[in-house]
Design a protein around this ligand. Structure first.
Ligand code: F6P
Length: 480
């Protein structure tokens, strides 16, 4: 292989490029991952490979904020089949405990393979000799092996932001061997929780026949975190403090302000939360005259039926609660179906007394970590689902099982009684836990492990005899 002197020595890959388009110009999109990785990418002659967010458009590589961006085009059909279909209507529900049923469509799988191959080709062409390539998330699980086959000189890391499913659930996936083999092309695979690592080891053994000890040097738990300094700086600014006071005032200065901030996703347990709040209002355990739940639901994946159904359900439930317990002038649940800026989000954390995180399954839940960081031990309460990865580190929260309505109600009732400056000790302990492993440390730890000669992936695996991918190619044009 020719030694490439040109090319980039550090490459990030994710489904999306970290940019927003504004007319003809591009701006770095706000977000924790970008703020952690962009400085490394800039310092290391880095490139970011990802989808620019539009369909049927070919955009030449360009630079933004010191980073070289390589846009991967998607046709509208690929957006439907690879992104909405295989990534978000097969892998997403399968990796989140089958909250909705995946549709194992072969045409979606073919699109997933084709788009993964396109990403891999871009990396192969962009990487300098010996480059480090860090691939993010479930959209690109075949890419490590695809790169490895062509570029044995590079170091490949893969980090999955979402849970890794138990082997009994992954078993449903008709292409499970190909996915496991794709991932194991990486030198280091990072997952969020130890339980994800356990699941991965079991899946390697069951689907590829690999002794779990052999994957020990390849796989590890790297719980992702938040940019503590950026959150604290914003939380200490006068403009954010003013906005927080304004929010509280505009919400009617309630005695108890509870907050939910979630992407509008069925994994987040928003209906469960609303049912619990409704029962507490019904029983008089929460007073509708002095309690407000502010629910921000960030629009997400709106082309997918399950997300449209969820929106209908959430809005129907909110309407019912407000109809039953609110008045014309005052709703008990204040709802916004929109995203809020970073500063406004921090202001909401400061304004609230209680944050409700009731995920049915969640890789980490950074909202929980942001909340305790923004409040810096100034009191309040965090109700946190045991099914969110954050529960491993934030064990001083009020931990709940969102499927257990009585338990969830107890947790919310307890949190609502801890208003104002109560319980600062727990909040301070949780803020310290987040600071001990913030986003920058997380990135450094992963990249250090990726550079370590101890972690060098597995030798090329012999694929099991059942070659799912090959067989399916033959029926490619036969059915869905
Ligand atoms: O955390 C999972 C994830 O898919 C991220 O990769 C992504 O940034 C986020 O959810 C939002 O999802 P989407 O890119 O589908 O809008």
């Amino acid at each position: 292989m020719p030694r490439r002197r040109d090319g980039h020595s550090f490459i990030l890959m994710a489904n999306r490029l970290p940019v927003d388009r504004c007319g003809d110009s591009w701006h770095t999109a706000p977000g924790g991952l970008v703020s952690a990785l962009a400085p490394i990418a800039k310092a290391e002659s880095g490139a970011w490979i990802g989808w620019p967010g539009t369909c049927e458009e070919t955009i030449e590589p360009f630079g933004v904020g010191g980073m070289h961006l390589v846009p991967i085009p998607l046709s509208c059909a690929e957006h439907r089949q690879y992104y909405e279909g295989f990534s978000n209507a097969v892998l997403w529900p399968l990796y989140h405990d089958l909250i909705v049923a995946p549709e194992y469509r072969r045409d979606w799988w073919f699109a997933y393979e084709a788009v993964n191959a396109r990403f891999a080709r871009a990396a192969i062409e962009t990487a300098a000799y010996g480059a480090t390539i860090w691939i993010h998330d479930y959209h690109l699980q075949l890419v490590p092996r695809m790169i490895r086959g062509q570029r044995p000189d590079v170091r490949i890391g893969f980090f999955n932001h979402i849970p890794f499913p138990p082997v009994e659930l992954l078993a449903q996936l008709p292409w499970r061997e190909a996915v496991m083999d794709g991932l194991l092309g990486a030198d280091v695979i990072g997952l969020q929780r130890e339980s994800d690592v356990t699941n991965f080891r079991a899946a390697s053994q069951r689907f590829l026949g690999i002794d779990p000890d052999r994957v020990s040097n390849v796989i590890g738990a790297y719980p992702i975190s938040v940019d503590v300094d950026a959150i604290r700086e914003a939380a200490e600014s006068e403009s954010v403090a003013r906005l927080a006071r304004q929010f509280r005032h505009d919400l009617g200065n309630p005695e108890v302000l509870m907050l939910g901030i979630d992407r509008l996703d069925y994994t987040k347990g928003i209906p469960q939360r609303l049912h619990a709040v409704e029962e507490l209002l019904d029983e008089g355990a929460l007073d509708p005259e002095t309690t407000v739940l502010a629910q921000v639901a960030v629009p997400s994946r709106e082309g997918i039926g399950a997300y449209q159904d969820l929106r209908d359900e959430v809005e129907r439930l909110i309407g019912r609660v407000n109809g039953r317990f609110g008045t014309i002038e005052r709703g008990v649940v204040q709802y916004a179906h929109q995203s809020y800026s970073f500063e406004a989000t921090i202001a909401l954390y400061l304004a609230a007394d209680v944050l409700l995180v009731t995920s049915l399954r969640d890789g980490m839940n950074l909202v929980a970590k942001e909340f305790v960081t923004a409040r810096q031990g100034s009191g309040g309460a965090l109700v946190l689902s045991e099914f969110a990865g954050a529960a491993d580190e934030l064990d001083r929260a009020i931990i709940v099982n969102p499927h257990d309505t009585s338990g969830l109600k107890n947790g919310i009732r307890q949190a609502a009684s801890l208003t104002g400056d109560d319980a600062p000790e727990q909040m301070a302990a949780m803020a310290a836990a987040v600071k001990d492993n913030d986003l920058h440390q997380w990135a450094r730890r992963f990249l250090n492990d990726l550079q370590s000669p101890m972690n060098s992936g597995l030798p090329l695996l012999k694929m099991p005899t059942r070659k799912t991918t090959g067989n399916l190619r033959e029926v490619k044009h036969v059915g869905r």
